[in-house]
Write a protein that binds this ligand. Structure first.
Ligand SMILES: NC(=O)c1ccc[n+]([C@@H]2O[C@H](COP(=O)([O-])OP(=O)(O)OC[C@H]3O[C@@H](n4cnc5c(N)ncnc54)[C@H](O)[C@@H]3O)[C@@H](O)[C@H]2O)c1
Length: 194
């Protein structure tokens, strides 16, 4: 079985381990969607206060009830850490870090850059990385691709897979699972999901 087929099978049988890099307004609800769907999810965020609050089974995101966090955490489906080394164990990583606008109107890319630098240490064969942060066209090819392949020697589309799927969350809406999502990759389409 090819790396791609093995990865697809892991998603089909829900054995894929999902990492969410950046557990804020976008990352936490996304982590909950994956965990509710039966995946084991690990949120990775350098903010110690958020991680401590989560570990007390309390939600710090308005759209996510504390009851949901407590249930998924106690059930072992959703965990959270500040330790980036945990990325090495993930099959899929969604990057949900901030991209605040500068005065010039350009996005501040420092959070994406630092997340990619951490990820580059742990990226491995059989990993899919999805960028969900709002950013400029070309970020996948110009920033993600070189950062994740240059030193690892991994081949895009064969060893690892990268994708841009900008978050479309509309705060307050509860039908998050029904959103249509746009996904852009660097290689040809491998499967169509609904
Ligand atoms: N919040 C929304 O309604 C919304 C809607 C559409 C798109 N977006 C976009 O989604 C992205 C995330 O937005 P948000 O509102 O969730 O931001 P947020 O500030 O709520 O959360 C971002 C999280 O990333 C963490 N973080 C910072 N640097 C990190 C790093 N290097 N590695 C891992 N985690 C790191 C922060 O500690 C924080 O918890 C942004 O690009 C934003 O523009 C947000």
């Amino acid at each position: 079985m090819s790396t791609k087929e093995t990865l697809i099978k892991k998603f089909q049988d829900k054995s894929a381990k999902i990492g969410i890099l950046g557990m804020g307004y976008v990352g936490m609800p996304l982590a909950v969607v994956f965990a509710e769907a039966g995946f084991n999810v690990l949120g990775i965020d350098p903010d110690q206060r958020k991680t401590d609050t989560f570990n007390k089974n309390i939600s710090y995101i308005q759209d996510v009830p504390t009851e949901t966090v407590a249930r998924l955490h106690k059930g072992g489906k959703l965990n959270m850490t500040t330790d980036f080394a945990a990325l090495g164990d993930m099959d899929a990583v969604s990057i949900c870090v901030p991209t605040p606008l500068r005065q010039t109107g350009d996005p501040d890319m420092s959070f994406i850059n630092s997340a990619l630098e951490q990820l580059a240490k742990y990226v491995h064969k059989g990993m899919v990385v999805v960028l969900e942060s709002t950013t400029y066209p070309g970020t996948t090819r110009e920033l993600m691709l070189p950062k994740l392949t240059e030193h690892s020697g991994l081949k895009i589309g064969e060893d690892i897979f990268i994708c841009f799927s900008p978050e479309r969350v509309d705060p307050g809406r509860q039908d998050r699972r029904n959103y249509s999502r746009v996904c852009g990759g660097c290689t040809s389409l491998v499967c169509r999901c609904h």
